[in-house]
Design a protein around this ligand. Structure first.
Ligand SMILES: NC(=O)c1ccc[n+]([C@@H]2O[C@H](COP(=O)([O-])OP(=O)(O)OC[C@H]3O[C@@H](n4cnc5c(N)ncnc54)[C@H](OP(=O)(O)O)[C@@H]3O)[C@@H](O)[C@H]2O)c1
Length: 289
């Protein structure tokens, strides 16, 4: 039995951790979001850790608004870097292991082969830079950490590309979606499974790992699959070039992550993106969302 603190528990991944906790009843979970534990508040974090003494801290909290971050550097840095340092310092004090989530945005997005963990980072956005600085803050403060870099996260919880495409598909008869940005969608339920695989493993092997669903697609292919699986037929989805997309925040053209290290180390079989998307959409239909 382990005591597991989940921060940012009201977000997409945090909610999937709440779901998976129901299948891991041998552990004790403490779910917090900013109103219960503001990870930017160093004193609050230290007090919380010394009174609850978790074995694992799963950090699902982040500043994830990529475009907004461009004009909100301070807040992005506070949540994505400084708060991670707060968690790491408190974890060292109480002997907890930290599982932290990072992003494909640490890379420039100009590769042609899937990114390995050894590859040079070169973030192009405030979000990517501050998330990378969070990785550094963690890895230079403690040894017992796992960083899971992921990409294109979606869930039946929160707002994301899947839910936006379903909504727009019902509202509009025509939609354009970029086809020249390639990546791996990640169902947050599968990422939560990966986190529990790390926690339940016989041996905790620290380090940085890549995790996303298997396979690759463009945002255009992703949108087409979302509409097909949702039974949306009245909306014509057409491919768009990134240069014609109104939001000029840099987006990686190539975001595919090589997951060999995670699979080799933790032995998890990772689902194909289309199969996971189908599961999420079935759930959304059940919830009538
Ligand atoms: N979303 C993606 O496409 C994507 C892609 C790659 C990697 N990731 C990474 O995956 C992880 C999970 O992402 P997600 O999409 O689940 O994020 P999310 O839905 O934005 O959830 C983040 C949660 O953290 C909370 N939070 C913000 N500041 C906090 C603070 N100071 N103390 C405690 N909680 C705080 C947020 O509350 P508020 O909503 O009130 O701010 C929110 O509930 C993040 O590390 C993210 O960088 C995400």
């Amino acid at each position: 039995m382990a005591r597991i603190l989940v921060t940012g528990a009201n977000g997409q991944l945090g909610n999937e951790m709440r779901v998976i906790a129901q299948r891991n009843l041998q552990h004790e979970f403490l779910f917090t979001d900013v109103s219960e534990l503001d990870i930017c508040n160093c004193i609050e974090v230290q007090e919380f850790m010394s009174s609850h003494r978790p074995d694992f801290i799963v950090n699902c909290a982040a500043y994830t608004a990529v475009t907004k971050a461009e004009s909100d550097f301070e807040k992005s840095l506070a949540i994505n870097r400084d708060a991670v340092k707060n968690l790491a310092l408190a974890a060292v004090e109480c002997g907890a292991k930290v599982i932290h989530v990072s992003t494909d945005y640490v890379f420039a997005g100009d590769a042609h082969l899937p990114y390995t963990e050894e590859q040079r980072v070169n973030p192009q956005t405030v979000y990517g830079k501050t998330k990378y600085e969070g990785e550094v803050a963690l890895s230079t403060t403690m040894d017992d950490y796992v960083i899971l870099r992921t990409s294109w996260l979606y869930s039946s919880f929160g707002n994301n590309f899947v839910k936006t495409m379903i909504r727009l598909g019902k509202e509009k008869d025509h939609l354009t979606v970029v086809f020249d940005q390639i990546g791996d969608p990640t169902y947050a339920a599968d990422l939560a499974e990966a986190i529990m695989t790390v926690i339940n493993a016989e041996r905790f092997v620290p380090g940085t790992y890549h995790f996303s669903n298997e396979g690759v697609c463009s945002w255009y292919d992703f949108a087409k699959a979302i509409h097909r699986l949702s039974g949306i037929t009245g909306c014509n989805v057409e491919p768009l070039e990134s240069k014609d997309y109104p939001d000029k925040t840099p987006r990686p053209f190539y975001s595919v992550l090589n997951k060999s290290r995670f699979k080799r180390t933790y032995g998890m079989k990772i689902p194909y993106w289309y199969d996971s998307l189908e599961k999420c959409i079935d759930l959304l239909k059940e919830k009538d969302l």
